[in-house]
Write a protein that binds this ligand. Structure first.
Ligand code: PMP
Length: 363
């Protein structure tokens, strides 16, 4: 056989496609989305939009949605760029603002797409291990002197918020650009996005996929100073946000805030009860400021498969630095979490694990 006449770009060769377990399960707790469905006003808006202008392109830069998000966050509309999920927005930021060869420092472990976007844009990934308490190592992130420093708070997969002092240290001292991924902000009760435009060198990424229950519509946004946002808009192109997604998010952020806050409160309540029950069973879950709980276990793959056999899908991590094996379990309402506790009790019977050295037990 002759050569196919092409080879992947070298930077792409080591990348793998995003790996999500496709097994349908009665209880899907592997992707940190909302267990409460889509918000009611968003559903109505989408129903009305069907048959309306779907044969035409959506608005070029989602201006009405941008205005509404600006009011929600507390910044000006042109300090916001809307995209097809925060994944797209992050991708645009790396593409627009990183020169091939530049270094990207990021917490390790963190959201996998930070590394993927760095590598796929020919940037050099620079993973910076967490501290022994699993916080961002602010000194080491700054010492990396990277062109882009990526911080995720609360961090995925640990669920821990970056300590405010560590975040301030990075924002104050890291050179170049600082990307703050605040996908779980509504659960943490933070709004770092509001400060991004005045900071000037930072972009904060937010999403409608988590607290707002619209992961399927793919809407995310970045907040930052006008010149940075203008560069991101160029990298996005005109029509990536669908007309339906735009309508849904616009309705959600104007009419469904109370619905969203109610869901967040229910998740936080179930999360705290779940963590307390795991601790009472002798396990060592991390405290969480997000809508998921990170649970170190001896063999995460075996535990994940055993739970899957019982109709519960969770995400497994193996060999994480400083942690070893762990599960990341999205939080649903309390009755669902009681089912998870029952399944874990059978699966992990006898697995009583001491706290990892230096593990945080504070929230
Ligand atoms: N950032 C973090 C930290 C996430 O966990 C996720 C979702 N897994 C995303 C960004 C991407 O979210 P979106 O659906 O908006 O692309």
């Amino acid at each position: 056989m002759s050569a196919p006449g092409w080879t992947p770009r070298p930077a792409y060769r080591e990348l793998r496609a995003y790996d999500v377990d496709p097994t349908p399960c009665a209880l899907e707790l592997a992707d940190n989305t909302s267990p409460f469905g889509a918000p009611p006003a968003a559903l109505r808006a989408m129903a009305e939009a069907i048959g309306d202008r779907l044969a035409r392109y959506p608005t070029t830069y989602s201006l009405p949605l941008r205005d509404a998000i600006a009011a929600y966050i507390g910044v000006a509309p042109d300090e916001i760029m809307v995209g097809a999920g925060s994944d797209e927005v992050m991708g645009c930021a790396f593409r627009a603002l990183g020169e091939p060869g530049d270094q990207v420092a990021y917490m390790d472990p963190t959201f996998v797409m930070a590394r993927v976007f760095a590598v796929s844009n020919s940037l050099t990934p620079l993973p910076v291990p967490l501290t022994p308490a699993f916080d961002a190592d602010a000194e080491a992130l700054v010492a990396a002197q990277a062109r882009i420093t990526y911080v995720c708070t609360p961090n995925n997969p640990t669920g821990l918020p970056v300590a405010p002092a560590a975040l301030q240290h990075v924002l104050g001292n890291a050179p170049g650009l600082i990307f703050v991924d605040e996908a779980y902000a509504e659960f943490a009760g933070t709004n770092l996005a509001r400060e991004a435009p005045t900071h000037g060198r930072s972009l904060v990424f937010r999403t409608f996929s988590k607290a707002f229950g619209l992961a399927g519509m793919r809407i995310g946004f970045a907040v930052g100073a006008r010149p940075l946002i203008a560069e991101l808009e160029k990298a996005r192109g005109p029509y990536s946000v669908t007309a339906l997604g735009e309508r849904a998010a616009l309705a959600a952020v104007t009419e469904d805030i109370a619905w969203m806050r109610n869901g967040v409160a229910r998740i936080i309540d179930a999360r705290e009860r779940f963590i307390a029950s795991l601790r009472a069973a002798g396990l060592a879950p991390f405290p969480s400021a997000a809508n998921f709980v990170f649970l170190p276990v001896r063999d995460s793959r075996a535990t994940m498969l055993a739970l899957r056999d019982q109709g519960i899908l969770v995400r497994n991590f193996t060999g994480l630095p400083g942690v070893g094996d762990a599960l990341r379990i999205s939080i649903a309402d309390w009755p669902a979490m009681q089912r998870v506790l029952g399944a874990l009790a059978t699966t992990l019977s006898g697995e009583v694990r001491p706290l990892v050295a230096g593990e945080r037990t504070d929230a």
